[in-house]
Design a protein around this ligand. Structure first.
Ligand code: 5RP
Length: 215
């Protein structure tokens, strides 16, 4: 599977514009993208990173990491996903970086999602849906999520996000209307963000393979 991830990550380089600042996601597929980006680092002005993990890798390659507040809108965001449906709606947050990923995806004109074939699904929800929560609201939010979704939220114990928050993973979902569920979960007090990317979904999906498939 890591070969498929590498092929997807390398294909995404074709979407990078010369002289631009690139929005960069998080995860093992993105790591391949960052490694490929390093080979053209002289052609880009820098990157905005969605996690400490990606920042370390970018800087390790000598790529300048900039603050989103200083860059304004960006042309391109490249990130992986945990699941992708036929409408290019995504579940993300397996790496607990969902909130910063969502912020950067929103700031970018084009969102290129890079996945291996196992991430493609007809209906989102087999992968537990991550929700980042303010720590004091964890059990309140969990109770509300049971009512709202019918799923079973499980606290991802031992994980603190880069923003100092906790993550609940909702098991047992079949998400037939991702945009509606995204809106509903966002209304619960204590929710920082939900790993459903439906309102700002991917524009292009690259499925790693020989050759990569562009959806
Ligand atoms: C991190 C994410 C990742 O994009 C997602 O978990 C996919 O990771 P990988 O490329 O390692 O399979 O959303 O929060």
């Amino acid at each position: 599977m890591s070969e498929a991830k590498r092929l997807a990550g390398e294909k995404a380089i074709e979407y990078v514009e010369d002289g631009s600042i690139v929005g960069v996601g998080t995860g093992s597929t993105v790591a391949f993208f960052i490694d490929a980006l390093a080979r053209i680092r002289h052609r880009i002005a820098g990157a905005v990173s969605s996690s400490e993990q990606s920042t370390v890798r970018l800087r390790g390659h000598g790529i300048e990491v900039l603050e989103l507040n200083d860059t304004g809108p960006l042309p391109l965001y490249v990130d992986g996903a945990d699941e992708c449906d036929p409408a290019k709606c995504l579940i993300k947050g397996g790496g607990a970086a969902l909130t910063r990923e969502k912020i950067i995806a929103q700031a970018c004109a084009k969102f290129v999602c890079i996945i291996d074939p196992a991430k493609r699904v007809d209906v989102l929800g087999k992968f537990p849906l991550p929700v980042e929560v303010i720590p004091m609201a964890r059990s309140l939010v969990a109770r509300e999520l049971v009512q709202l979704t019918g799923g079973q939220p499980v606290w991802r114990q031992g994980v603190t996000t880069d923003n100092g928050n906790w993550v609940l993973d909702i098991h047992g979902l079949q998400i037939r209307d991702p945009a509606a569920m995204e809106t509903a979960i966002n209304q619960v007090p204590g929710v920082v963000s939900v790993g459903l990317f439906a309102q700002r979904r991917a524009d292009i999906v690259i499925v790693g393979g020989e050759p990569p498939q562009v959806l």
